[in-house]
Design a protein around this ligand. Structure first.
Ligand code: AMP
Ligand code: MN
Ligand code: MN
Ligand code: MN
Length: 276
C-alpha cells in the first residue's frame, strides 16, 4: 500500500520545521505521496514541492482552513488545488487578517490573570506573524514555565471556557468549500473525532458539508483514536465520502505521530488520492 500523508504543518503556520525540512523528513520516513497543509496559507507549497520533486516523492498542494460551524472551530482541508487561484488566496487572506487582533485579545485576557507579555512572547515563536496561533502562545507559556507542555497549556488556558480563550470570527463552512472546489481541489473534514459535537450535530456538519460539495473525511489521523477511525469509517461509507489520512505532524516532540507513520486506511473505503 502507498505510504500517504496528507496533513502536516511547517513554520509557514504553527509547525516547528521549515517547509523543506518537513518534505525532507517525509521522504526520509518513506512517504510516497505528501500534502503540506499549513493553516490558512500557501507559503510553504513551492518549497515543499521542489524538495518532493528532488526526492522522487509525489506532492499535492494542501491547506487547512479555519472555519466556525455549530459554535466551534472546525478545520477543513483543501487538497490538490491550484495554488494560484485568486478567490482562494483572497479568502485565506481574509482569515489571516483577524489573527493578530485575536492574539492581542488573548494576551489581554492572560494579562488579567497575571501572565503579562504574552503577545510579544507568542510572536517570538511565530515565524510568520500573520499566522500567529494558539500553538505559539502555548509554546511561550511552556518557555516561561507556566505549564510543562503545550497540551497542558491548551487544557488549562486556551480552549473554550478557559481564561485565555477568546471567540473569533473564522470563515464559514460554505466559504471554505467554495474556495477549495473553486480552485479545482477536494475538500475534506479534518480530524472529525476532535470536535466536541453530539451525534446529531456531527451528522449536521457532515450533511451540510456534503450538500456544499465536500467530498472527503479524514479517517486515519494523528488526532484520532482507534474508535474514531471505526466511527468515521462508518460515516464515510454511509454518506459516500472518500477517505483521507494524515499525521497532522507539527514537529518532533510535539506530535504523537511522525510523518508517514500512519496506520493503513480500513478496507472498503475509497482513498481520496484516487481522485487526484
Ligand atoms: P488556532 O488556529 O490559533 O486556533 O490554533 C489551533 C492550533 O492549536 C491547532 O492547529 C493545533 O496545532 C493546536 N492545538 C489545538 N488544540 C490543541 C491541544 N488540545 N493540544 C495541543 N495543540 C492543540
Ligand atoms: Mn496547528
Ligand atoms: Mn486541525
Ligand atoms: Mn493540522
Amino acid at each position: 500500500m502507498l505510504n500517504v500523508d496528507l496533513h502536516c504543518h511547517s513554520k509557514a503556520s504553527d509547525g516547528l520545521l521549515s517547509a523543506d525540512e518537513v518534505a525532507r523528513r517525509a521522504a526520509a520516513n518513506g512517504v510516497e505521496l505528501l500534502a503540506l497543509t499549513d493553516h490558512d496559507n500557501l507559503d510553504g507549497l513551492t518549497t515543499a514541492r521542489a524538495v518532493a520533486d528532488e526526492a522522487g516523492m509525489q506532492f499535492v498542494n494542501g491547506v487547512e482552513i479555519s472555519i466556525e460551524w455549530g459554535g466551534l472551530q472546525v478545520h477543513i482541508l483543501g487538497l490538490n488545488f491550484d495554488a494560484a487561484d485568486v478567490r482562494l488566496n483572497a479568502g485565506l487572506e481574509s482569515i489571516r487578517s483577524g489573527r493578530v487582533d485575536r492574539a492581542q485579545r488573548m494576551a489581554d485576557e492572560l494579562e488579567k490573570i497575571g501572565i503579562p507579555g504574552c503577545f510579544d512572547g507568542a510572536m517570538r515563536h511565530a515565524e510568520n506573524p500573520h499566522l500567529i496561533s494558539r500553538a505559539h502562545f502555548a509554546r511561550y507559556l511552556v518557555e516561561i514555565g507556566v505549564c510543562k507542555d503545550v497540551r497542558s497549556v491548551f487544557e488549562s488556558y486556551i480552549v473554550p471556557g478557559r481564561p485565555g480563550y477568546v471567540d473569533h470570527r473564522w470563515a464559514t463552512l460554505e466559504e471554505s468549500v467554495n474556495w477549495i472546489v473553486g480552485a479545482g481541489g477536494i475538500a475534506a473534514v479534518a480530524h472529525p473525532g476532535r470536535y466536541k459535537f453530539s451525534k446529531v450535530e456531527m451528522r449536521g456538519l457532515l450533511e451540510d458539508f456534503k450538500g456544499l460539495g465536500g467530498q472527503a473525511v479524514e479517517i486515519v489521523s494523528g488526532s484520532h483514536s482507534a474508535e474514531n477511525v471505526t466511527v468515521f469509517s462508518r460515516y464515510a461509507r454511509e454518506y459516500g465520502f472518500m477517505a483521507s489520512c494524515g499525521s497532522d505532524f507539527h514537529g518532533p516532540g510535539e506530535s504523537y505521530i511522525d510523518l508517514g507513520k500512519l496506520a493503513p486506511l480500513p478496507a472498503g473505503l475509497t482513498p481520496v488520492w484516487e481522485a487526484f
